[in-house]
Write a protein of this length. Sequence first.
Length: 171
Amino acid sequence: MSDPMNPADLWPMPSGAAPGPEPQRWVWAAMTPPERRSRLRELGVWVDWLRTTFELHNTLTHCWYRHPAVLEHLTALYTGWTRTYAGEQEPSRELAEADWINTLHAFTPRLKLPACATGTHQEPPPVVPAPPGNAEAFEMYLTLSDATTLPAAHPAAAELARREAELNAPL
């Protein structure tokens, strides 16, 4: 019987079976609806484990899946977790697990949904549509702006030239 609080049980492996392919990146919009549902269920099991294991029950609300930004952050954390704990076996990754935990703590503020903290879901604010002519204004900016038309120049080029001149100065 699988333990819903153990993410390793998401990948039951028959005895003697070779490990499957390395976990793949997830792009929600590129998935078919059945694949989205399946992957969301998989992510949900892991999120339940994450909330309990890292005591995020007061940070990560139960309606996390209804908030696209939180869903994307949790997807990134989950796929990173699977690559760290079930994927990469490179010797140069001695601290991969600690790095993943540091990443989790860096992401934690982005997982908070104050509007839903009371246990009642609040819909995310509607997306504000771009004003008329925005695409044309953007294209004009790309064509005329100094930020996109000035020749390449490294900010430290003058300092590098000065140092090179010092090294090559005649004695």
